[in-house]
Design a protein around this ligand. Structure first.
Ligand SMILES: [Mn+2]
Length: 254
């Protein structure tokens, strides 16, 4: 039986230049199935264009915390959130907020579960090297996932930090971020490979791919439209260091 390949992208955050580079890399490999783990919008300047590209290229998209912030009913928190929300159309927002919180698929006899942050909700953050009980929790069903059984492979985004951590019967994968990577500045995505109707004896592959892009073009696009927090965004894109650490490290956009 032929192996099938799925590309998993996450945390595009309105960075259209990085998204186009990653989608081009996926297409160049002949991979046609793309799944998106959320945070398509917010932080970066072109959320509407990234939403349109997601609707065109991704067969499924999971809702992230930024979809809740910008497309949900709550009032925007501050001027920057109001700007990112205003950049989206009503139709963009309607589509973004109506994505599912969780998706399951079968690959090589494994139940693969896709969520944005954790099976708890879009906001419950799980960092690299979680405590044992948090690691175990990631594979269990919750009121948020519904009555779907235990996952063998849990794939998520949210922390912008790609990693894999495996125990017997439990593989935890963070796909990293396309538009706002904070482990290193180069966008990351994941390719899963396996047999959709196969047994657990079938091969199963997980590959991390880094795709360079034109960082300075993306920063120029943010300045051109007068995006709030464009200086912090520029430093994050150039260095891969979160804005919360810029001051202590003496980083400026120069
Ligand atoms: Mn995010």
């Amino acid at each position: 039986m032929p192996l099938e390949r799925l590309a998993l992208v996450s945390d595009v955050h309105g960075n259209l230049t990085a998204y186009e580079a990653v989608l081009a890399d996926i297409a160049a490999r002949g991979i046609t199935r793309v799944l998106n783990l959320g945070d398509v919008v917010g932080k970066g300047p072109r959320g509407a264009a990234c939403t349109a590209l997601t609707r065109e290229r991704c067969e499924e998209t999971v809702r992230g915390n930024w979809e809740v912030f910008l497309a949900g009913d709550a009032e925007p928190f501050g001027d920057a959130q109001a700007w990112w929300r205003a950049e989206l159309s009503e139709e963009d927002r309607r589509w973004l907020i109506s994505r599912p919180g969780c998706l399951d698929l079968q690959l090589s006899g494994r139940r693969v579960r896709l969520v944005h942050a954790s099976p708890v909700d879009e906001f419950t953050r799980v960092f690299r090297e979680p405590e044992e009980e948090v690691f175990a929790m990631m594979f269990e069903p919750t009121p948020f996932t519904g009555d779907v059984g235990r996952a063998d492979v849990l794939v998520y985004g949210d922390i912008h930090d790609a990693f894999l951590s495996a125990a017997p019967g439990a593989t935890l994968v963070n796909v990293g971020s396309v538009g706002n990577p904070l482990d290193e500045p180069t966008p990351c995505y994941v390719i899963l490979e396996g047999e959709p109707r196969g047994e657990a004896s079938a091969p199963f592959g997980i590959q991390f791919v880094r795709v360079p892009y034109d960082v300075e073009a993306e920063i120029a696009a943010a300045h051109a439209v007068g995006m709030p927090t464009a200086e912090a965004w520029a430093i994050e894109l150039r260095t891969g260091i979160h804005r919360g650490a810029h001051a202590e490290r003496g980083l400026t956009a120069g």
